[in-house]
Design a protein around this ligand. Structure first.
Ligand code: ADP
Length: 623
């Protein structure tokens, strides 16, 4: 190399996240070190896909006739494993931006979790996340990248790093476009990785589906390309598993998959997977869409955001259609009639598949539900066209089931009472508390089932659904439910007057704090209940609103009084005898505040506790 080129050698420091990742990788006990090769091959495939696309869409390029391929070779004396592609290559800036930094938005978060988890979890996390190029430092003590961009007259660069804090960059000579990655192996990996048989084996297990030919020391490896264009009958479950593992950089098998092909009214092939894990459900970053778009086997875009609705971002796979032009724009994907047909067809099949899993294998469905219920709920809220198809897939807890059992809306409908017109639900965070809610007393007595909505999203979902199979949803606290037992039909005019006077008294005591005070026809045991004005938001929903807007004031509730309850009977008696009693005033206030406390919306907790202590003192003196 000439002096002139040497002088241009520059030292750069890695981004913090890269340094952290390297630290973890170099010292990790991750057993599947061989995945580094899958990562490098996958990068090479990406680079080849990109240049393939360029060759079809751009005229002005160097090396137009160069084969699209991947070569793997060894340098036994220098202990080097070399992976070379004729892909798009990298410019100087791309080298710095792509290799020196981690672009993934969730990287920092992921690394935090990774460094805190124990080594067993670390292994599975590394496997799931796909650590890309850097994983090569698990086997290499030094890496050299020699790359030249496919752009006309571009300069080639040499990048080197020992996997510590730094990398160096300098100009070099490379005649053709593409990237050559040289791994100078760690001593313990020299023997196994500088072996043709081992390398072929690794490719066989991890990278069986390659759209471009791959050679190891000149021997072409048999690989299957474009699995999605092949007849389903010729493919086995393992083929799909391998393909999934390759495109999703994982060693996990998919939870389930769909292989769809159609010639009319639109032509397309699709292989779509539902993964077994959801990083989103584990509390990581929002998943990036995982559907790659192809047109007649040419990759147009990886992880397309528009072909599937956003809530389906957990899907991974391939959609290939000759109706997708190479130079397609976002607008076209969103609005093109043919693409719309493809989207509809695929979604329909996905919903059918989920429905059939729900019917045939409840356990598998529950495992899917646990991971992706938020996506489906998001679908109800955002996808008007498919709302009715998603609705039967939703699961809820219920007043008629044990705590760990979920039911769907069809099950609810099938068990409705003869004259029942509405689907009843109630909301809260905890099943235990919902089960004890006074609002449920009348429903229990009448043997009416009530759905328990414990996920804050559920209420939005119900609001968007509005109805299911002609039955509208009704919040239990707002339902017009009456217990028509004889006792409530009071004939005693004196008692009616006393009760009405007491209600009038409470209205005065509560003033602006409540919307109204009423006698209740829905309670069995509890002294009182807070109910809804028809159509008003639930307390749960209001709490969600309050979280984003501190100044939000809760809607006033109606308090209903149970005249059959002993405490209420005593209070009516005291009111009749001494309507100005200070103790009665305390009891009245505490009655309301106990309910506000139960709902978690009591504002003056200290005042309430002081009053409660006063009441306790009165009781204590009588003992
Ligand atoms: P990922 O592949 O998940 O993006 P990597 O760390 O493996 O992460 O690679 C980072 C980036 O470096 C790639 O996105 C790509 O832009 C670039 N890159 C890696 N390998 C190659 C290659 N062989 N040819 C061209 N660009 C590459």
């Amino acid at each position: 190399m000439s002096e002139e080129i040497k002088e241009k050698k520059e030292k750069h420091e890695f981004q913090t996240e890269v340094k952290q990742l390297l630290d973890i990788l170099v010292y990790s006990l991750y057993k599947n070190r061989e995945v580094f090769l899958r990562e490098l091959i996958s990068n090479a495939v990406d680079a080849l896909n990109k240049v393939h696309f360029q060759l079809l869409t751009e005229k002005d390029m160097d090396n137009k006739d160069l084969d699209l391929r991947i070569n793997i070779s060894f340098n036994q004396t220098q202990k080097k494993l070399i992976i070379e592609d004729t892909g798009i290559g990298m410019t100087r800036k791309e080298l710095i931006d792509n290799i020196g930094t981690i672009a993934h938005s969730g990287a920092a978060q992921f690394l935090k979790k990774l460094s805190k988890s124990d080594s067993k979890d670390q292994m599975s996390l590394i496997g799931q996340f796909g650590v890309g190029f850097y994983s090569s430092f698990m086997v290499a003590r030094e890496i050299r990248i020699i790359t030249r961009s496919s752009r006309k007259k571009s300069t080639a660069y040499l990048w080197t790093s020992k996997g510590d804090k730094n990398f160096t960059l300098e100009e070099t000579v490379k005649k053709t476009r593409g990237t050559r990655i040289e791994l100078i192996l760690k001593k313990e990996h020299e023997k196994d990785l500088l072996d043709k048989f081992t390398i072929k084996n690794i490719i066989d297990t991890h990278s069986k589906f390659l759209p471009f030919p791959i050679y190891v020391e000149g021997d072409k490896i048999e690989s299957t390309e474009a699995i999605w264009t092949q007849p389903k009958a010729s493919l086995k479950k393992e083929d799909y598993n391998h393909f999934y593992q390759f495109i999703n950089h994982t060693k996990e098998e998919p939870e389930t998959y769909l292989h769809l092909s159609s010639d009319a009214p639109v032509q397309f092939h699709a292989v779509i997977f539902v993964p077994k894990t959801s990083l989103e459900a584990l509390g990581f970053i929002k998943t990036e869409p995982g559907i790659d778009l192809y047109s007649q086997k040419v990759l147009i875009q990886k992880g397309n955001k528009d072909i599937m609705p956003e809530y389906m971002r957990f899907l991974v796979g391939v959609i290939d259609s000759e109706d997708i032009p190479l130079n397609i724009s976002r607008e076209t994907i969103q609005n093109n009639i043919k693409i719309d047909k493809i989207r509809k067809h695929i979604l329909k099949k996905i919903f059918e598949k989920l429905e059939s899993i729900k019917k045939i294998d409840r356990e598998e469905y529950l495992s899917l539900w646990e991971k992706f219920h938020r996506n489906l709920k998001e679908g109800v809220i955002t996808d008007f066209d498919n709302r009715s198809k998603i609705a039967p897939l939703l699961l809820f807890y219920s007043s008629k089931e044990s705590k760990d059992k979920l039911i769907d809306l069809n099950e609810y409908i099938s068990r409705m009472e003869k004259d029942q017109k509405e689907i009843y639900y109630t909301t809260g965070h905890e099943l235990d508390s919902l089960e004890k809610s006074p609002a449920l007393e009348a429903f229990k007595k009448k043997d009416l089932e009530v759905l328990f909505l414990v996920d804050p999203l559920d209420e939005f979902v119900i609001e968007h659904l509005r109805e299911f199979k002609g039955k509208s949803f009704k919040i239990a606290e707002g339902a017009d439910i009456k217990l028509d037992d004889k006792e409530t039909e009071e004939k005693d005019t004196d008692l009616i007057k006393d009760l009405n006077d007491f209600v009038a008294y409470l209205k005065k005591v509560y003033g602006e704090r409540v919307e109204d005070v009423r006698l209740s026809k829905r309670l069995v045991d509890s002294p009182c209940i807070l109910v809804h004005r028809a159509g008003g938001p639930s307390i749960q929903m209001e709490k969600v609103i309050k979280m984003s807007n501190k100044d939000y004031a809760f809607t006033k509730r109606i308090i209903e009084i149970n005249q059959k309850n002993n405490l209420i009977k005593e209070m009516v008696r005291i009111h009749k005898a001494s309507p100005k009693s200070g103790e009665l005033n305390k009891l009245a206030n505490q009655l309301l505040e106990n309910m506000l406390l139960r709902e978690g919306i009591l504002e003056d907790m200290d005042g309430s506790i002081l009053r409660l202590q006063d009441i306790m003192l009165i009781a204590a003196k009588k003992i």
